[in-house]
Design a binder for this molecule. Structure first.
Ligand code: TA6
Length: 301
């Protein structure tokens, strides 16, 4: 059962406050020593993160919908219990239902280096058509000079459960044609635009057209180097088999109403961590899986 605003406010830590309105639902705003973040309880979704002294790190569409119905375009949507289109049900929501339901505020860890708190997705009886299993999805956010997101799922069902998942991170970039993504040089990938399985390229990634790739055989952290903003963003991960790199470019962007202006694609790139088909997570009763992403920013001269 969703908590009332008053209940949530009583749970908040010293450097947190509740913002948002009737339409958007509760949004937790964190300011830990000047490192700022905003998390929407609708979707359990990180919307913004800006460490002190840096430009905003995450991209949030200026046409994102805050109606607690449509997925919020930007930040870090939680894709679960499936990634992309459902494998057998074409009419089911893209990227599952975790990002289109309201999470509850579980607890705050006081006195730790990062502002840390946990959200839980309540057992959603009205989602049983999609997910007739008992499971406990939970997210722990750590917000400060770095950002950590731990998405854990516990199987509390008497039967095994299987799912795919991703933390669908939208990064803000100075200009899409002046970035490079390294750390995936040795990773083969599936090109979702063609369906082709492609060998590792041995080179860093530049983006100059629609790009939608699922990288496999991960070897370590990913670096997003931004020539315009003169910064590098390091993306560390654990519990992930895949990194997905996505930019809609012109044509696909034009088909997405909530991406913003016709050139919005130039200011963003998605570098997502997850376990997506053909990889999947299978949990026996009582087992838990944790998908963890850690993000840090470094200025460059
Ligand atoms: O992660 C890349 C992707 O699967 C793309 O194919 C594109 O559909 C993107 O996610 C956004 O999906 P959404 O359902 O949020 O519009």
């Amino acid at each position: 059962m969703a908590l009332l605003r008053g209940d949530i406010e009583r749970l908040l830590g010293t450097d947190m406050r509740l913002v948002g309105d009737e339409a958007s639902g509760p949004i937790v705003e964190v300011d830990r020593l000047g490192h700022r973040g905003r998390i929407s309880l609708f979707g359990g979704q990180m919307l913004e993160w800006q460490p002190a002294g840096h430009d905003p790190v995450l991209w949030l569409s200026d046409r994102a919908m805050f109606d607690q119905c449509v997925p919020i375009r930007g930040g870090i949507p939680v894709c679960w219990p499936w990634f992309g289109g459902h494998q057998t049900q074409d009419d089911w929501p893209s990227h599952g239902f975790a990002r289109t339901n309201t999470w509850t505020f579980e607890h705050v860890d006081e006195g730790v280096p990062l502002a840390r708190f946990a959200l839980e997705l309540p057992g959603l009886t009205d989602q049983s058509q999609y997910w007739p299993h008992a499971s406990r999805p939970r997210i722990v956010y750590g917000i400060g000079e770095t950002l950590s997101i731990a998405f854990e799922v516990t199987n509390i069902d008497p039967h095994p459960i299987e799912f795919t998942e991703a933390l669908h991170t939208y990064f803000s970039v100075g200009d899409i044609e002046n970035i490079s993504i390294s750390g995936l040089e040795a990773s083969p990938y599936i090109d979702k635009l063609t369906g082709d399985e492609c060998p590792a390229t041995g080179a860093s990634i530049a983006i100059n057209a629609e790009t939608d790739r699922i990288y496999q055989n991960l070897t370590g952290p990913i670096e997003l180097h931004d020539e315009v903003l003169r910064r590098s963003i390091t993306i560390e991960h654990s519990g992930a088999s895949n990194v997905i790199v996505w930019n809609p470019w012109v044509e696909k962007l034009a088909r997405l109403d909530d991406m913003g202006s016709a050139v919005a694609y130039r200011g963003m790139v998605c570098i997502e961590t997850g376990n997506v088909s053909p990889a999947k997570i299978r949990l026996q009763p009582g087992e838990r899986h944790r998908l963890v992403t850690g993000i840090s920013v470094h200025k460059e001269a």
